[in-house]
Structures are given as C-alpha cells and as structure tokens.
Design a protein around this ligand. Structure first.
Ligand code: G3H
Ligand code: ZN
Length: 284
C-alpha cells in the first residue's frame, strides 16, 4: 500500500535498521525499485526530485505511474512517494495535492528562522492530509539536480533540537559531512553530532548522499538513530554501465527495451543489495 513515511521510519528506528530512499529517474527505475522491495519484503521510499518529476511529466504522472505499477505488480509492501529536496511551500503543496504521501522541505539554505517558518507551514498543510515531512539543517555537499552546494556545513545540534520542537516534523536530515554524488576519498561523517541530534530530537534521522558510504559507517549511522538512507547516484552509475556494455557488445541494437531492460535488472540487483545492507529486508 501507499503510505506516509511516519510508521515505516519509527519502526525502523526502534528495530535498528534503515529504510532506503531510492530516487526514481524514469519508468524503469520505478519498476526496478518496486520489484526489489517486493522480492525482499522490504518497505521502500521512492524519492522524486523536482527535476525528475519534470523529466517524467509532472507530479501527477509520477503518482499515476507508481499507482499503476503497484496494481499490476500486486505490491504488498509499504511504499512512500516522497518529494526529495522540495524547494518551497508551493512545490510541497503541489506534490501533496497530486497524491505524494511524503515531502521533504529543504529550506536549509535559508536563515534558521526562515527555515522554521517555511517548514512549519509545510507541516501544517501536509499533516492535515496525512502526509509526512522531512526537513534539513546544514548543507549536504556536491550536486543533485537543482540542489547545488558550494561547501559542506555541518548541522548544529542545538538548532536541530529547536527546529524539531518548533515545527513538528516527522524526520530530520542533519547534514553531517555527506555529499550528493561520488565522494572524493572517504566520507568524514559527524557521528558525535549524529548521536546528540538523535538523542535530543528523538526523531528518525535521514542520511543523504548514500552512494559511496562504507558499510561500517552505514552501520554506525543506523546504530545512532539513522532510519532512512537516500541513494541515487549508485543506481545511475551501475545502470549506465550496463547500457554501455550492451551497446558496445552489439552495435546493431536499436530497440530501447534491449538496453533499458538489462539496465532495469542492474538497478533491481543494486537496490536489493542496499536493502540487505540497510537491514530492511524481510521487515515489511
Ligand atoms: O536526496 C537524494 C540523495 O541524497 C542521493 O544521494 O546520489 O549521492 O546517492 P546520492
Ligand atoms: Zn539528498
């Protein structure tokens, strides 16, 4: 069933695993991620950036595509359709009105008080429709679609506590050294802050930039209250490699199903690997 993230993430935090947010880029990603979740009996979050929604057609196309696949595939595991890095109250409202079951409001580049104000407005509207809300503090490095950072700023634990109290969000993404896209060298995650933020807020924490984080850091993050981990680039790199291989092996291929089908299989395998690593398999 289509659900918000609230129950999934509270259960994950209590039972010490993390639910993966896997970003969808097109139909094949959506198919692969839903199939992986059903195969693994895992809850799953479909992350939709504003750029991906534009590419696919719009928020309504996304919702109808997901609903159609869930029916045709007879999906039984909990699935959330989540707006990733929502840029404004208006965009979040548009996603909620189209049928998204969860939204992230990323007002982290605003001043703290503005972040609180915008996030509160999103919470008030989203909760009135049973939709969950994620907010962010600090800056995730790197670039993802429209979200470009010119540096990494670690979230301040005191601000996190205050933001949670003043807004009533359901989960929090404190930026603590993670990066969108590949890492240059090993990530340097702020585990001390993560522990403090997990304890003082009591909320499930979200780790952005899940691609390239070593398993030991994933496990440590989960042990400190991280209950949602976002992955996009890893699926993009793996599936594009498959497309290159298929096309290189046979220059006469022209049917898109001949290269997008294998790419879809690669995404499914990659997502299954992540679900096992995050401990969400068999938790649906
Ligand atoms: O919001 C999406 C994620 O944070 C994805 O990060 O592309 O580095 O895996 P990633
Ligand atoms: Zn992100």
């Amino acid at each position: 069933p289509l659900v918000s993230m609230t129950d999934m993430l509270n259960k994950a935090k209590a039972e010490h695993y993390a639910v993966g947010q896997f970003n969808i880029n097109n139909l094949e990603y959506t198919q692969a991620i839903l199939q992986a979740a059903e195969t693994e009996k895992s809850p799953v979050i479909l992350g939709v950036s504003e750029g991906a929604a534009r590419y696919i057609g719009g928020f309504k196309t996304v919702v109808k595509m997901v609903e159609g696949l869930m029916e045709d595939y007879k999906i039984t595991v909990p699935v959330a359709i989540h707006l990733d890095h929502g840029s404004s109250f208006e965009k979040c409202k548009e996603a909620v009105d189209a049928g998204f079951t969860s939204v992230m409001i990323d007002a982290s580049h605003h001043s703290f008080d503005e972040n609180v104000e915008i996030t509160s407005k999103v919470v008030e509207y989203a909760h009135s429709k049973g939709v969950s809300v994620e907010a962010e503090l600090g800056t995730v490095g790197g670039q993802e679609d429209d979200v470009v950072a010119d540096g990494v700023i670690y979230a301040d634990p005191k601000e996190c506590e205050e933001l949670v109290k003043r807004t009533g969000i359901d989960c929090l993404a404190p930026a603590l050294g993670s990066v969108h896209g590949p890492y240059k060298g090993e990530p340097n995650l702020g585990f001390k802050e993560m522990e403090e933020i997990g304890n003082t807020t009591g909320l499930p924490l979200v780790l952005h930039g899940g691609t390239g984080i070593p398993t030991k850091d994933i496990q440590r993050s989960i042990s400190l209250g991280t209950a949602k981990i976002n992955v996009n680039t890893e699926n993009q790199i793996a599936s594009t490699k498959t497309v290159r291989e298929v096309l290189a092996a046979d220059p006469k291929v022209y049917d898109p199903r001949k290269y997008l089908g294998p790419a879809r299989e690669t995404i499914k395998e990659t997502v299954i690997g992540k679900m096992r690593e995050f401990g969400s398999s068999q938790k649906a």
